[in-house]
Design a protein around this ligand. Structure first.
Ligand SMILES: *Cc1c(COP(=O)(O)O)cnc(C)c1O
Length: 366
């Protein structure tokens, strides 16, 4: 089969191996004489599969037996924008948000519908080209009335990524890691909770992984929140309070196993840096034909964004790339330009080929 070079922003490229394993489970799951899609979520094989997925994710990030749980939830990362506020924003407390792109703004706006939320630092005045100084903003914060501080670790639409995360002491730090989870080694323990819609680095759409520290879970036991929206409900029922997206969780499990086989998070970090360098070199070596949108120190290793001299050339670039076998390169409709999303499932070879195409396009049209 001829696989397209897939730079889609999400849902995004998955390794062929993972897709093939998933295909097999469609017809017969583990010799059960039925598809995984046909099995009860409360059957032993499915219960075991979900428990194993939780274990594998914690294992990959070194948080096994470290007091964290993984909840498998629905509604995407967007549902978490509201749910985390519903669960954690108790009366008299304030959720404090670092604004670094449009998803972080959405998270903040959803919190405002639930309770008190404030902006801790913002990069909006730079058109999201530069990340705000989180260290400085957090340093000024005392525990007091802060329920939590929220940061979007990688800004999928704009193409920027935080490189370090501060020690927030007693303040729970919460991360939206949807577009860069498992792509690099970070000090995961700095976060009291982080969440990721699966469709970028973890598998297909339909499930969101919420990794939450047990003390925060206990603090989030707010009986005013309907049971189906309570984190504690998912934790105490091992994500089986209601019918979870079983097959999406299984695909995540396959993706986690693939990540481990490839060398784990450390290998993903090396590979991501290599892939991103290929694209940024093509941009920086183009004599100004391609212009990176984000300032260099803040550039993302997951979503590279850039502009061409005018919109007509950008349109031509996307069209010619598509014809040459490169999919998903148009920038987000809210910002335009070009975006190459190079999540864990995108092979190095795809980035090498795209860099080659960029150089060729520049020579012809620059
Ligand atoms: C994709 C994305 C979202 C939105 O995810 P949904 O699952 O579509 O709700 C939120 N935050 C970040 C950082 C993302 O990359």
């Amino acid at each position: 089969m001829d696989r397209t070079y897939n730079f889609n922003p999400g849902p995004a490229a998955l390794p062929l191996e993972v897709l093939e394993q998933g295909r097999d489970s469609f017809v017969d799951y583990g010799g059960q004489g039925m598809s995984l899609l046909e099995m009860s979520h409360r059957s032993k094989p499915v219960e075991g599969m979900i428990a194993e997925t939780e274990r594998q994710l914690l294992e990959l990030i070194g948080l096994r037996d470290a007091g964290y749980r993984v909840l498998f939830m629905s509604g995407g990362a967007s549902a978490q924008f509201a749910l985390l506020a519903m669960n954690l924003l108790t009366a008299g407390k304030v959720g404090r948000y670092v604004l670094s792109g449009s998803f972080s703004e959405k998270a903040y706006e959803e919190a405002l519908t639930v309770g008190a939320a404030e902006v801790l630092a913002s990069g909006k005045a730079t058109g999201w080209a530069k990340l705000p100084d989180v260290e400085a903003a957090l340093a000024s914060l005392t525990e007091g009335d802060t329920a939590y501080a929220h940061v979007t670790t990688n800004n999928t639409i704009e193409g920027s990524q935080f490189k370090t995360f501060p020690d927030t002491g007693g303040i729970p730090l919460i991360g939206d890691m949807t577009s860069d989870i498992l792509s690099r080694q970070i000090d995961w323990k700095r976060f009291a909770m982080f969440y990721a819609g699966a469709q970028k680095n973890l598998g297909p759409a339909g499930v969101t992984a919420v990794v939450i520290r047990e003390d925060l879970l206990a603090a989030a036991a707010n009986a005013k929140v309907p049971a189906i929206f309570r984190y504690a409900t998912y934790a105490s029922n091992n994500s089986l309070y209601n019918t979870p997206p079983v097959h999406s969780i299984y695909m995540m499990k396959l993706m986690l196993a693939w990540t481990a086989r490839e060398g784990g998070v450390a290998a993903m970090e090396t590979r991501s840096a290599e892939k991103a360098a290929m694209l940024y070199e093509a941009i920086d070596g183009s004599g100004g034909f391609y212009r990176g949108i984000v300032e260099k120190p803040d550039r993302s290793a997951m979503n590279a964004t850039w502009r061409l001299p005018d919109e007509a050339l950008e349109k031509a670039f996307v069209q010619e790339a598509q014809a040459a076998g490169f999919a998903g390169l148009a920038g987000h409709r809210s910002v335009g330009g070009i975006r190459a999303s190079i999540y864990n499932g995108v092979p190095v070879e795809a980035c090498r080929a795209l860099a080659g195409f960029m150089n060729d396009f520049r020579k012809r049209r620059g």
